[in-house]
Design a protein around this ligand. Structure first.
Ligand SMILES: CC(C)(COP(=O)(O)OP(=O)(O)OC[C@H]1O[C@@H](n2cnc3c(N)ncnc32)[C@H](O)[C@@H]1OP(=O)(O)O)[C@@H](O)C(=O)NCCC(=O)NCCS
Length: 201
């Protein structure tokens, strides 16, 4: 069982089928899918399948697993954050996030991603977390920059995005960079002692 993470304004906890209405509210929006590969606005039935899949993403048990957490504020799911365990040997994961524009511009996504980074580095024992986005996805690039992630690469025309070659930005952060951030503001809002990895990675 994943222990929910509490931040100043959010509770991050595994997704349940009761979240369908809140998730569908943004998965149906074209602006939310604008920069996401393979994502088109979803029907309610497609959202149901998506939420059902997310309910199984409740722990990182083995390399390749995805941990998806609902970011809940005042009883509403404002968005989801995810961590994909890319390499056990390299203690590396990829971060992802999708938020309802209804809640944008308040720093909620930043708060949620910071909390998940904190969990990944301080509790799960990751060495490196990276995130990728379409070069045109300025809100996503700003979010990663705001969190102190380094823009390590711009892969020029590296993938086909809706029939056109697109540039992809790669951002990353190391555990030691996370722990030495100026004005340390760890995700949970508290400074808990760093634990050894629960997975021994
Ligand atoms: C990427 C995404 C999550 C960013 O959303 P967002 O609303 O910009 O992010 P936040 O909730 O953290 O809000 C940050 C904004 O609020 C402002 N803000 C206000 N109060 C703040 C606070 N307490 N802390 C941080 N930022 C705050 C920031 O200045 C920032 O505005 P700016 O980008 O204009 O400078 C959102 O655009 C999204 O879900 N997009 C669709 C899905 C997607 O593209 N996902 C990424 C795929 S790579």
């Amino acid at each position: 069982m994943f222990t929910p993470i509490r931040t100043r304004r959010l509770t991050l906890r595994p997704v349940t089928m009761d979240d369908l209405d809140d998730v569908y509210a943004y998965q149906r929006r074209p602006d939310v899918c604008r920069w996401m590969l393979g994502n088109e606005p979803r029907s309610r039935e497609q959202s149901r399948e998506s939420v059902a899949a997310m309910t199984n993403e409740d722990a990182l048990r083995a390399e390749g697993d995805v941990l998806t957490l609902a970011a809940e504020a005042n009883g509403r799911v404002t968005g989801t954050v995810e961590l994909v365990w890319r390499s056990q040997a390299d203690r590396t994961a990829e971060i992802g996030y999708v938020f309802n524009p209804e809640f944008s511009g308040r720093g909620l996504a930043t708060e949620a991603v910071a909390a998940l980074l904190g969990w990944g580095f301080e509790e799960f024992g990751l060495h490196r977390v990276y995130g990728r986005c379409h070069a045109g996805n300025e809100a996503s690039a700003r979010l990663m920059t705001r969190l102190g992630m380094r823009c390590e690469a711009r892969h020029v025309e590296s993938y086909l995005f809706r029939g056109e070659w697109a540039d992809q930005l790669v951002f990353a952060m190391l555990a030691r960079e996370w722990l030495s951030r100026p004005g340390q503001t760890r995700g949970r809002g508290t400074v808990a002692p760093a634990r050894k990895s629960v997975r021994g990675v």
